[in-house]
Design a protein around this ligand. Structure first.
Ligand code: AMP
Ligand code: MG
Length: 336
C-alpha cells in the first residue's frame, strides 16, 4: 500500500512551456494530481481510469464521495472509451465541442465507481482550453477533473486562486491565466436524446441546446418526489459560497447603498452612474455584458472575502444568455 497519499504538499505553479507540459503529463500518468486551466474554471485533474488517483481528488478537495466527477476527453475516440455515445452526442459535439458543455451518458465499465459515485451514468466534456487539451493529448488519458477548490467554496478562475485553496493539498498547478468564461460548464443529461434535461445552467443555454437537438430541453425539476433518485447529486442548494453572508436584490439603487452601513459591500451587475468613488460599491461588468460579468463573478467574490465586509449584497443579472447561470451561482452562494 502506498503511504504518500496523506503527505502535505506545497504547490508550485508551472507556466505552460512544452517541457512543463510533458512533465505534468508524466505526473498524471503516474497517478498524480495536476490543477489545470479550462475555459470554464480551473480543474483538479487525475487519470479517470485510476481509482486511487481519483480518490485523491476527493481527499484533496474534501469533497463528499457521493458527488461525481466530470471526465474530460480529447476527442470522440476517447469519449467512446468512457461512455456510450448516441445521436445527441454527435449533434452537440459538432455544435459545441470543444467547449463548456458536459453531457451525462451511460458509462463504460472501465470507469471506476469512485468517479461516478456509483451511478450507471458518467459526465463527459471535451474542453477547449489549449493547455488542458495538451495535457489530454500528452497523457493520452481521459482526465477526471472537478473544480480545483476546497469543496463548497467559490470555484477558482486563476492559478493563484487554486494555490490559495489547495496549496497545501496538491503539488502541481498549471498556469493558463484567468479563465475565459469563469462559470462551470452547462450540464445536460442526454441519456435519452429525445428528452434532454438541463442539470446545471452555464454559458451554453438550454435554448441553444434545444435548437441543435430539435427538441425542447427541460430543466431539472426543482422538487423531487420523495424516493426518486437525485438527478445530479452534487447540485446542492448551497455551493460556491463566499465566507460572508450574501443577500440578493433584483436591483441595487443609490438609495439602498446610501442607507447601508459602510461595512456592507454592494455588487452591481453593471457600473451604476451613482457609484462615484464609493469604496463599497463594485460591479461585474462596466458595460453590463453578461459574458464579462460571468467571467469576473468568482474572482470578485474571492476578493471581497478578503476585504473588511460584514455582508455582501448582489444584484441579479438580467435573464437570458449567461444571466441564468450567473443567477444560479448567486442564489447558491447566498443560500443559508
Ligand atoms: P464540478 O464540481 O464542477 O466538476 O461538477 C461536477 C458536477 O457534475 C457534480 O456535482 C454533479 O452535479 C454533476 N455530475 C457529474 N457526474 C454526474 C452524473 N453521472 N449524473 C449527474 N450529474 C453528474
Ligand atoms: Mg465544483
Amino acid at each position: 500500500m502506498r503511504t504518500d497519499r496523506t503527505v502535505t504538499h506545497s504547490a508550485r505553479i508551472y507556466r505552460g512551456t512544452a517541457e512543463n507540459l510533458r512533465r505534468l503529463a508524466r505526473v498524471l500518468r503516474r497517478g498524480g494530481l495536476v490543477a489545470a486551466p479550462t475555459e470554464t474554471v480551473y480543474g483538479l485533474a487525475a487519470n479517470a481510469f485510476d481509482a486511487n488517483a481519483c480518490r485523491d481528488i476527493f481527499r484533496a478537495k474534501r469533497r463528499p464521495a457521493d458527488d461525481p466527477l466530470i471526465v474530460h476527453v480529447a476527442d470522440l475516440r476517447m469519449l467512446a472509451r468512457v461512455a456510450e455515445p448516441n445521436e445527441a452526442v454527435t449533434r452537440l459535439a459538432r455544435a459545441f465541442w470543444p467547449g463548456p458543455l458536459t453531457l451525462i451518458l451511460p458509462r463504460k465499465p472501465l470507469i471506476p465507481d469512485v468517479v461516478t459515485a456509483g451511478l450507471s451514468s458518467v459526465a463527459v466534456r471535451m474542453p477547449a482550453h489549449p493547455l488542458f487539451r495538451r495535457l489530454l493529448r500528452l497523457s493520452g488519458l481521459p482526465l477526471a477533473a472537478p473544480s480545483a477548490n476546497p469543496f463548497g467554496y467559490v470555484s477558482p478562475t486563476t492559478a493563484a486562486h487554486v494555490r490559495d485553496g489547495l496549496g497545501s493539498a496538491i503539488a502541481y498547478i498549471l498556469d493558463g491565466g484567468p479563465c475565459r468564461h469563469g462559470l462551470e460548464s452547462t450540464i445536460v443529461d442526454v441519456r435519452n436524446p429525445r428528452r434532454p434535461v438541463l442539470l446545471r445552467p452555464g454559458v451554453i443555454t438550454a435554448e441553444q441546446l434545444a435548437r441543435v437537438l430539435g427538441v425542447p430541453v427541460r430543466t431539472r425539476a426543482r422538487r423531487r418526489k420523495p424516493g426518486t433518485p437525485v438527478p445530479a447529486p452534487g447540485l446542492m442548494k448551497r455551493h460556491y459560497s463566499p465566507l460572508r453572508p450574501m443577500r440578493l436584490h433584483r436591483r441595487i439603487t443609490a438609495a439602498m447603498a446610501a442607507r447601508a452601513r459602510s461595512d456592507e459591500a454592494w455588487i452591481c451587475f453593471q457600473k451604476p452612474d451613482w457609484a462615484c468613488a464609493a469604496k463599497n460599491v463594485f460591479w461585474l461588468s462596466a458595460r453590463g455584458d453578461a459574458g464579462e460579468a460571468g467571467q469576473r463573478l468568482f474572482a470578485l467574490l474571492r476578493r471581497l472575502d478578503r476585504g473588511p465586509w460584514k455582508c455582501l449584497h448582489a444584484e441579479l443579472a438580467p435573464a437570458g444568455g449567461p444571466g441564468l447561470a450567473i443567477n444560479d451561482r448567486l442564489r447558491r452562494a447566498a443560500a443559508k
